[in-house]
Ligand binder design. Structure first.
Ligand SMILES: Cc1cc2nc3c(=O)[nH]c(=O)nc-3n(C[C@H](O)[C@H](O)[C@H](O)COP(=O)(O)O)c2cc1C
Length: 205
């Protein structure tokens, strides 16, 4: 399968980097065709300007290339920390610019944009791996786990990716090296299982 992995974290020594690179290598070892973007390392520009917004807007080749990576993927893995209940801005900008109308989603003929979008992504399955410093029960009770709604419903379900898997590794700041190593192994296992055993992953082509 063609797997797209996106990493949004500035520190090469972070747990997020360790997770994303371990998953990348593990997916490659499993025989997948992996496309990997470390957005900070690539200095991805997250700013969406007006001329780029319309479906037939003026879109730089670099962004179209990202959209092509997204649209041609059979599976998608996103790795990022919880920053204020949201993805880091660089990753938010990747969503804004890369999930384009007419490529990631579209509206019915005659719809002016107020209707229910139709998902166009080829991928059947997405995995989101997050890290945070909040206990799971507090995240659920106090904050309502906004990252789950953002990725599961606002983005992947809307774009037609129905099989969604998410894991929040927490609490990072007080975790031991053994715990972090175990989380990295778990992240690898999640992706291995999801992309090898999930029958939804069988692409039509
Ligand atoms: C700008 C910023 C905002 C953050 N917001 C939250 C938050 O809302 N909830 C939380 O649990 N942790 C928050 N954190 C902590 C990070 O989630 C935590 O440092 C990260 O997940 C640890 O993983 P890492 O070692 O890979 O950076 C925030 C950190 C930063 C820098």
């Amino acid at each position: 399968m063609r797997i797209l992995i996106i990493l949004g974290h500035p520190n090469p020594r972070s747990l997020n980097h360790a997770i994303a690179y371990a998953v990348r290598d593990n997916m490659r070892e499993a025989g997948h065709d992996v496309v990997f973007h470390d957005l900070y390392a690539e200095r991805f520009d997250p700013l969406l300007f007006d001329n780029e917004i319309p479906e037939k807007g003026n879109v730089p080749a670099e962004i179209l290339s990202h959209s092509n990576d997204l649209c041609s993927a059979d599976g998608i893995v996103i790795v990022h920390p919880n920053w204020w209940g949201q993805p880091p801005a660089i990753l938010k900008g990747w969503i804004d610019r890369v999930f384009r109308p007419g490529l990631a989603y579209r509206f019915e003929e005659g719809d002016s944009g107020e209707g229910i979008p139709i998902g166009m992504l080829r991928a059947k399955t997405a995995v989101v791996l997050n890290t945070s410093n909040t206990e799971e029960s507090r995240e659920q009770k106090v904050f309502g786990d906004p990252l789950d709604a953002i990725w599961r419903r606002c983005i992947f379900d809307l774009c037609g990716v129905r099989s969604f898997h998410r894991r929040m590794f927490t609490v990072v700041v007080t975790s031991t090296w053994q715990q972090r190593a175990a989380w990295i192994e778990e992240a690898k296992r999640i992706c291995r299982n999801v992309f090898e055993e999930d029958p939804h992953n069988k692409s039509d082509v």
